[in-house]
Design a protein around this ligand. Sequence first.
Ligand SMILES: [Zn+2]
Length: 80
Amino acid sequence: MIHTCNYCGEAMHEEEVTHIQTLETGIVIVEHVPALVCGRCGNRYYTPETYDRLYALIHGDAKPLRVESVPVLDMRQSAA
Ligand SMILES: [Zn+2]
């Protein structure tokens, strides 16, 4: 089954992506998430099953593989 991008209409292909989510408790990164990715604009789509698994993983008590420090930037501080 061919999926097309909601934004630009280009065909989407299956790829494993890195999902980054901001929670009240901080940022969590999930690697190797199966997604459909648009070859033109980079739009991502998760199937409902993947979204459910992602939600359960993020909100469950899985032990992190590793913990990383993340640089935080601010566009108000950058030149126009
Ligand atoms: Zn697209």
